[in-house]
Design a protein around this ligand. Structure first.
Ligand SMILES: C[S@@+](CC[C@H](N)C(=O)[O-])C[C@H]1O[C@@H](n2cnc3c(N)ncnc32)[C@H](O)[C@@H]1O
Length: 218
């Protein structure tokens, strides 16, 4: 994953295809996703408008890079994923498309979950992608192998919300920006966890927090 993405938007799709080595069928599905995002963006503000011409890097690749941070070969069972505050589906929808794993997307804003249902159905992901229009705090007694979030809340808040749903060996993959060190310091005051900070492929200031064994301090 060493090649940096190109600046011109028209080169980004080819870069994405070469970097992640995805099938033509997947690229065509992502084209449909990009078209729906553009169409809906005109009515609802789903993503930052300036990111739209850069959808292959800023949204698809940003989501995809998480898949390279979890062990998939030889896993005892197919992992389950929870994406907190999915918005327009990043990173959870892209993970659901690429893996076929069971992915639960949660967002409290109705127009966003209507968009998510529309994309899910257009991409034929009804069997593995579940969309929930509710606050993540009220999911009930469910457990997930992986928990993801991007641009949703500070780290300590994400741990607060997600910790009840984390399976014993849960890996958390949280896309973070420049404030990550402060967020880690705050989270360390309230939670015990192991973590690595991984540079983002798509954003020179972005970091991915990969965390394990997250538990509340008593
Ligand atoms: C800034 S958006 C980011 C969306 C997406 N993850 C992305 O990066 O494009 C944050 C989203 O989190 C959702 N959200 C915030 N708090 C939430 C909560 N407690 N439960 C469910 N969704 C929440 C908001 O509705 C919003 O759509």
């Amino acid at each position: 994953m060493s090649n940096a993405p190109p600046e011109p938007p028209e080169e980004q799709r080819a870069w994405f295809a070469a970097t992640f080595n995805v099938s033509r069928e997947t690229l065509v599905k992502l084209d449909s996703y990009a078209a729906l995002l553009t169409e809906w963006q005109a009515k609802f503000n789903l993503v930052g408008p300036a990111t739209l011409p850069h959808v292959w890097v800023r949204h698809f690749a940003d989501s995809m890079q998480l898949l390279q941070l979890v062990e998939r070969e030889g896993a005892a069972h197919r992992p389950t994923w929870l994406d907190i505050g999915s918005g327009a589906g990043f990173p959870g929808m892209v993970i659901g498309l690429l893996t076929g794993d069971s992915v639960t997307l949660v967002d409290s804003i109705r127009k966003k979950t209507v968009f998510l249902e529309t994309v899910r159905d257009a991409l034929g992901l009804e069997r593995n992608v579940k969309v929930l229009n509710q606050r993540v705090e009220s999911l009930g007694s469910v457990k997930f192998d992986h928990i993801t979030a991007r641009a949703c809340a500070p780290l300590a808040k994400l741990f607060d919300w997600g910790e009840p749903y984390a399976a014993k060996s849960c890996t958390w993959l949280l896309l973070k920006g420049a404030a990550v060190e402060d967020e880690l310091a705050e989270a360390k005051r309230r939670f015990v966890f192991e973590h690595e900070l991984i540079p983002s492929l798509t954003d020179s200031r972005g970091r991915i927090v990969r965390a394990h064994s997250v538990r509340r301090r008593r």
